[in-house]
Design a binder for this molecule. Structure first.
Ligand code: COA
Ligand code: AMP
Length: 631
């Protein structure tokens, strides 16, 4: 069956299609029904199934005789460490940690925050939680204490599992002071913390609250897998929205297993035993789905890579890891390839390695520009496959299903909708637009299994953010178009979300931080084009009357505030004090127009602009920051 047949089969009877896919999962009680639409437009899948995610990721492979196969390969050029964990060892490790958590009172439904770098223990922690039905929420290590505190308050975890440090090129990032700071700031306090002490830095422990990862596991009864209902949340993952308050995307257990398992063969074309590598971070959705859950569900070996595409030690690291561990399908963000290309444009490092094991390169997380796609394809001689998805969906919306049929590639397009997704381009009023016309990308409800049923503690926000604008559809927040062959093109976000090196960030959140500076009266943050990171945030601040401090000092303080409150990952370095911000007559800041000027794009003077002269002032400020003309 080719792609069209499979898509048609799904369209003809979506429920039968997904029930069929559900047979690949080991259930305690198999689902009798696929879709639960009793609360439409809120939907659930496989609500009456019972099962366990960790069992399907780990125990069932041991039971099936794959216990000696590698589940995890850890490769850390930044610490000079490598290790292998078999499925049997992973079973033993997750059962022991789960037992230790249970012994301290963690039960089904409790939340556990995980704040860890790219070490195999991060996966053990995630799986140990799902093993006992605890709901984990992983927080990316590049976020500052304040962001962690926000998530602690929202998820109200019983426990936090952290490592003593992460390692970035040239510096050790001590996690424990960040964790202590976050717990101090948060209103909610966890009952206890588990700390994995790493050799690079040992954390000071708080007596009675903090427990050593290894010590607390000594002598505990290993925990068995706890059966949970299909709609039980496997995890919450916070992602950037329009404001500083992140959205807690809820991932339902049953749909997550069914859908992710489906993607491994059909999209990534790997079979049990194959090595799959997603060079991302467990803090992001790509890390959840494709470093941890999907490869393990499907019986693949996953690679946990602690390093960067360049500088650890050089631009050949990716090639070494692929060749050494026999990676068949590789997944990363385009920005990583832009970094390699900048450092080694001719691909000289590649000559040192045999990459015959590699069959596909998958790109996602941000727009894959044709230059990068073509460069990678020429260099590697394998299909370079862009695919588009979001934290909210957890897996591909639009892609090229290599395991079903590799469709002709068109650089600039992530190809076509996957089964489960009925994708439409709508105008502001919600009417379909003709092929080739730009519009809002919306998906006809219901979304398929595994996608978010709601936001944690925020059902109203879920409805308002995703379902209200286009009744009957899920609003993706992306704009794009479909061509006459049915190929989709993702062009821009329709909200205040920007994408910096494949990291999703909120300009609204940064504005809240800048507005908190005592001398700032008002501000605007926009996303501007960057040749390496895709986009960078750029801030403009207007000062309160009577402020005498030098502008460059205020600018420095603002940069430090964003670093301290959001984190280094925001890469916030471009900022200018200005007298006024361009606004409409009703007072709305013209952020999109500012971004167009920064990128040197042509723009139409907004008819509602209050004073066009302000745009000239912004253009002058942009010049001092090297925009436009820098690119
Ligand atoms: N913990 C602590 N700090 C972190 C961090 C983490 N896990 N991850 C990043 N940071 C810090 C970095 O040290 C850097 O700090 P600095 O301002 O002191 O230099 C800052 O956050 C920005 O980091 P990064 O985005 O990694 O930028 P970079 O300039 O150091 O490297 C690339 C550029 C392109 C090499 C890098 O962005 C990259 O590897 N991108 C791939 C992204 C990716 O995999 N995305 C996942 C989505 S699929
Ligand atoms: P995240 O939730 O962090 O995965 O970010 C999702 C957002 O990243 C999407 O809504 C898009 O804006 C962008 N994105 C992800 N993948 C792609 C892609 N292949 N092409 C273009 N944009 C993408």
């Amino acid at each position: 069956m080719g792609y069209r047949d499979v898509y048609q089969r799904w369209q003809d009877d979506p429920e039968a299609y997904w029930l069929d896919q559900a047979r690949a999962i080991d259930w305690d009680v198999a689902p009798s029904k696929a879709l639960n639409d009793t609360r439409a437009p809120l939907y659930e899948w496989f609500s009456d199934a019972m099962g366990n995610t960790c069992y399907n990721c780990v125990d069932r492979h041991v039971k099936a005789g794959r216990g000696d196969q590698n589940a995890i390969i850890y490769d850390s050029p930044i610490t000079g460490t490598k290790s292998h964990t078999t499925f049997s060892q992973l079973q033993e490790q997750t059962a022991r940690l789960a037992g230790a958590l249970a012994a301290r009172g963690v039960v089904k439904g409790d939340r556990v925050i995980i704040y860890m770098p790219m070490v195999p223990e991060a996966l053990v922690a995630m799986l140990a939680c799902t093993r006992i039905g605890a709901i984990h929420s992983v927080v990316f290590g590049g976020f500052a204490a304040h962001e962690l505190a926000t998530r602690i308050n929202d998820a109200t975890p019983k426990a936090i599992i952290a490592a003593s440090c992460g390692i970035e090129p040239g510096r050790v990032v001590e996690y424990k002071p960040l964790l202590d700071g976050a717990i101090n700031e948060a209103v909610h306090k966890p009952e206890f913390c588990v700390v994995l002490q790493r050799d690079q830095c040992r954390a000071d422990m708080v007596e009675g609250r903090d427990f050593d990862w290894h010590e607390m596991q000594q002598g505990v009864e290993p925990a068995d897998c706890v059966s949970v209902a299909g709609n039980h949340p496997a995890y919450i993952l916070y992602t950037s929205g329009t404001t500083g308050q992140p959205k807690g995307v809820v991932r339902p257990t049953a749909g997550h297993m069914v859908a992710l398992n489906w993607t491994m063969k059909n999209i990534y074309n790997v079979v049990p035993g194959d090595v799959f590598w997603a060079a991302s971070d467990v803090g992001w959705v790509v890390g959840h789905s494709y470093i941890c859950y999907a490869p393990l569900l499907a019986g693949n070996t996953t690679v946990v890579f602690e390093g960067k595409p360049i500088g650890t030690p050089d631009a050949g690291t990716f090639w070494r890891v692929i060749s050494e561990h026999k990676v068949k399908s590789f997944f990363t963000a385009p920005t990583a390839f832009r970094a390699i290309k900048r450092e080694d444009p001719t691909g000289a490092f590649l000559k040192e390695y045999d990459l015959s094991c590699l069959k596909y390169l998958f790109l996602a997380g941000e727009r894959a520009d044709p230059d990068t796609v073509n460069w990678a394809a020429d260099l590697l001689g394998v299909p370079v496959i862009d695919h588009w998805w979001q934290t909210e969906t957890g897996y591909t919306i639009v892609g090229n299903p290599a395991g079903i049929e590799l469709l002709p590639l068109k650089p600039g397009s992530p190809t076509v909708p996957m089964p489960g997704y009925d994708v439409h381009i709508l105008d502001e009023a919600g009417h379909a637009v003709p092929n080739g016309t730009l519009g809002a990308i919306a998906i006809k409800l219901p979304l398929p299994p595994g996608t978010l049923p709601t936001l944690w503690n925020a059902e109203e926000r879920f409805q308002k953010s995703y379902l209200a604008h286009f009744p009957g559809y899920y609003e993706t927040g992306d704009a794009g178009m479909i061509d006459d062959d049915g190929y989709l093109y993702i062009m821009a976000r329709t909200d205040d979300v920007i994408n910096v090196a494949g990291h999703r960030l909120s300009t609204g959140g940064m504005e809240e931080v800048l507005a908190g500076h005592p001398d700032v009266a008002e501000c605007a943050v926009i996303g501007v084009a960057d040749p390496l990171k895709g986009q960078l945030p750029m801030g403009f601040v207007c000062l309160s009357k009577g402020v005498e401090k030098p502008h460059d000092q205020i600018e420095k303080e603002c940069i430090q505030r964003v670093r301290d409150q959001i984190g280094p990952v925001a890469a916030f370095r471009l900022i200018k004090v200005v007298d006024r911000l361009p606004k409409t007559r009703s007072g709305k800041i013209l952020r999109a127009t500012m971004a167009k000027i920064a990128d040197g794009e042509t723009f139409k003077m907004p008819a509602t602009i209050d004073d066009p002269a302000v745009l000239d002032e912004i253009a002058v400020a942009l010049k001092t920051l090297g925009y436009p003309g820098a690119h």
